[in-house]
Design a protein around this ligand. Structure first.
Ligand SMILES: [Zn+2]
Length: 499
C-alpha cells in the first residue's frame, strides 16, 4: 500500500471553491482524507508550500485528430471547417494518431487538465488500431480519458438540404467523391472495438459518437444507441452547434434534433450533447428530465462564429453542464482556464441581468464536477474529497495576479490561473512536477507531431484544393439556410434601427 501526504497546501474545491488550509493524504492513488495542517500521519511526505490545490480540470469535449490543425483555420466558420474536413482530418494511420493524441495530452496536462472526452475521427471509418493508438497515448501520458470513435455515414452535402445542388450549380460538383463507409461496416467496427476493449475503465472508458444527427442515417444512430447500451458506454453527439443545423434538423425531422433523438430513445443518462447553442427551453427540459448532460464550448463557438449557448437557462432547467475546449482546429490550444473565463463573460451577452450571469464559482463547478459527470464518472471525479481519485492541479500563487488576494475563485478564473499550474497529479502520481513532465519526453512528442502533420498535409493536397474551390458556394448556401431560421436568437443580428 502506498501512502503519500501533501503538506502545506490549501484546497479549493466544490461546492464553495473557498480555499481551506489542509494536508491531503493519498492512499493507493485515491484521496484517503483531507486533514488539518501538520496532522501526525505515517506516510511519505511532499511539501507543496504556497500552492493552491484544485481538482484536475476536465475537458468534456475535444478531438485528438485535430491537435495537428492548430493555427490552420483563422477565419473558418463551422461550415468551412466541415468542407475542409476531408483534407485536415483525412489520411490518419495509427502512428499519426498516437502523436496527435500525445501532443494534445501534453497541452492539457501542462494546463492542469487531467481528464478529457475525446471524439476521434478516422476516414472512412474507425479502426481497432487507430483507437488502440489513441488509448495507448493517453495511457503513456498518464491521463484519464473517455475515447470514442466519431462516425458518420452521410456527408455535409447529404446533411444540408439543397447543398449538393448549390455546389453543382456553382460548377464545383459532383460531390459524390466524398463517399463514406457504409452503415453496416461502421456498426460492425464499433461493436468490435467495444467488445474487445482491453483498458481499465477507471482510466480509459469507451463511448460512441455518431457525430451530428443529420450526418448519420437513422440506422447508424439507433445502432450506436444499441451498442452503447450493450457495453454500458456513453453516447456523445454534436447538437445544434450552428443555426443552419437547427434549420436542417427541422427540414429533415419536422422537429428539433433533441425531440427527434428523444423519440428514438437516444436521450438518457449516458447521453452528452455537445454545444447546444441553438437549443430552446423545451430541448433543455427534455435533456434535464432524461438525466443527460451538455458541454458548453464558448471559445470554439466564438471562434467559429456560431453564437453563444444559453447556459444559464440550461442550468436552471436542471441540466448538468460541463465545459470544453473543442478540438485545436477551433481553439488552437486546449486551455480550460481560457474557456472558464469566456464562460463567465459570454453569459453577459444575454439580457437576463447580473444575478443570472455565470459566476467564477459556476465556471469552476462546470470545469470540474460538471465535466466529470459528462464523462460518465458521476460524482466520482472532479472534487477533492475522501474516496475520489487523486487527480489534482497545483497553482502557484506568488505572481502579481494574486496580489492582493481579494477572491481566489474570481482571480483564478479571470487570469491568475493561466500559466500558473506548477504540478499535476493523476491517480496519485505526479505527471508534471515543478512545471516539468516527469516521464514524457516533450521534445520528442513535439517533433513527432510536426512530422505527423507534414505527412498528413503532403498527402491531402488535392483534397485541400477541392475544398478551397467548393467553400464559397457552401458559405453562400448556408447563408440562405440561416435566413430560414425561426427560434431563439444566439447571434447578434445587424439591423439598421434608423430604417
Ligand atoms: Zn467537436
Amino acid at each position: 500500500m502506498s501512502r503519500l501526504i501533501l503538506r502545506n497546501t490549501a484546497i479549493m474545491t466544490a461546492p464553495d471553491f473557498v480555499p481551506e488550509p489542509a494536508d491531503i493524504l493519498i492512499v493507493d492513488g485515491v484521496i484517503g482524507a483531507t486533514l488539518p495542517p501538520a496532522a501526525a500521519v505515517d506516510a511519505e511526505s511532499c511539501d507543496m508550500r504556497g500552492c493552491l490545490a484544485i481538482p484536475g480540470l476536465v475537458n468534456a469535449h475535444t478531438h485528438s485528430h485535430a491537435n495537428l490543425l492548430k493555427g490552420l483555420a483563422d477565419r473558418w466558420s463551422l461550415e468551412m471547417s466541415l468542407v475542409n474536413g476531408p483534407w485536415v482530418s483525412g489520411r490518419r494511420d495509427a502512428e499519426t494518431m498516437y502523436w496527435s493524441t500525445m501532443v494534445g495530452a501534453v497541452d492539457m496536462l501542462s494546463r492542469g487538465c487531467t481528464a478529457c472526452y475525446d471524439l476521434v475521427y478516422e476516414f472512412p471509418r474507425p479502426s481497432q488500431e487507430g483507437i488502440e493508438a489513441v488509448c495507448r497515448a493517453y495511457a503513456d501520458a498518464g491521463m484519464r480519458a473517455v475515447v470514442c470513435p466519431m462516425v458518420a455515414d452521410r456527408t455535409l452535402y447529404d446533411a444540408v438540404p439543397g447543398l449538393a445542388a448549390a455546389v453543382e450549380a456553382a460548377g464545383q460538383g459532383p460531390v459524390t467523391a466524398f463517399g463514406l463507409a457504409d452503415t453496416g461496416s461502421i456498426l460492425a467496427t464499433l461493436e468490435g472495438i467495444l467488445a474487445r476493449w482491453p483498458w481499465d475503465r477507471e482510466r480509459l472508458k469507451p463511448a460512441l459518437a455518431p457525430t451530428i444527427p443529420m450526418h448519420c442515417s437513422d440506422e447508424l444512430i439507433t445502432g450506436s444507441r444499441d451498442i452503447a447500451r450493450r457495453y454500458d458506454a456513453g453516447i456523445h453527439m454534436h447538437i445544434a452547434e450552428a443555426r443552419f443545423q437547427a434549420v436542417a434538423a427541422h427540414q429533415r425531422y419536422g422537429r428539433s434534433m433533441i425531440r427527434f433523438l428523444d423519440d428514438l430513445g437516444v436521450i438518457g443518462p449516458a447521453f452528452t450533447a455537445a454545444h447546444g447553442v441553438w437549443l430552446d427551453d423545451t430541448d433543455f427540459r427534455i435533456l434535464a428530465d432524461r438525466g443527460s448532460s451538455m458541454v458548453h464550448m464558448p471559445l470554439s463557438n466564438l471562434r467559429l462564429g456560431v453564437g453563444v449557448a444559453d447556459v444559464r437557462t440550461a442550468r436552471e432547467a436542471g441540466l448538468t453542464v460541463g465545459v470544453a475546449t473543442d478540438g485545436a482546429n477551433s481553439a488552437d490550444n486546449l486551455d480550460l482556464f481560457e474557456v472558464m473565463k469566456l464562460a463567465t463573460l459570454v453569459s453577459r451577452t444575454f439580457t437576463h441581468g447580473p444575478s443570472a450571469w455565470v459566476s467564477a464559482r459556476d465556471a469552476l463547478e462546470m470545469a470540474t464536477v460538471g465535466s466529470a459527470r459528462c464523462l460518465g464518472w458521476g460524482d466520482g471525479l472532479g472534487a477533492i474529497r475522501a474516496g475520489a481519485p487523486a487527480d489534482l492541479a497545483f497553482i502557484d500563487q506568488t505572481g502579481a495576479a494574486w496580489h492582493p488576494r481579494n477572491s481566489h475563485a474570481v482571480q483564478l478564473v479571470n487570469g491568475a490561473g493561466q500559466g500558473a499550474v506548477t504540478d499535476v497529479m493523476v491517480g496519485g502520481d505526479f505527471v508534471v512536477r515543478d512545471r516539468r513532465f516527469v516521464s514524457i519526453d516533450v521534445d520528442r512528442v513535439l517533433a513527432q507531431a510536426e512530422a505527423a502533420a507534414d505527412r498528413v498535409f503532403a498527402e491531402t493536397i488535392e483534397l485541400r484544393k477541392k475544398a478551397e474551390a467548393i467553400a464559397p458556394a457552401v458559405v453562400a448556401h448556408i447563408a440562405r439556410v440561416n435566413a430560414r431560421h425561426v427560434g431563439p436568437a444566439r447571434l447578434i443580428e445587424r439591423t439598421n434601427a434608423m430604417g
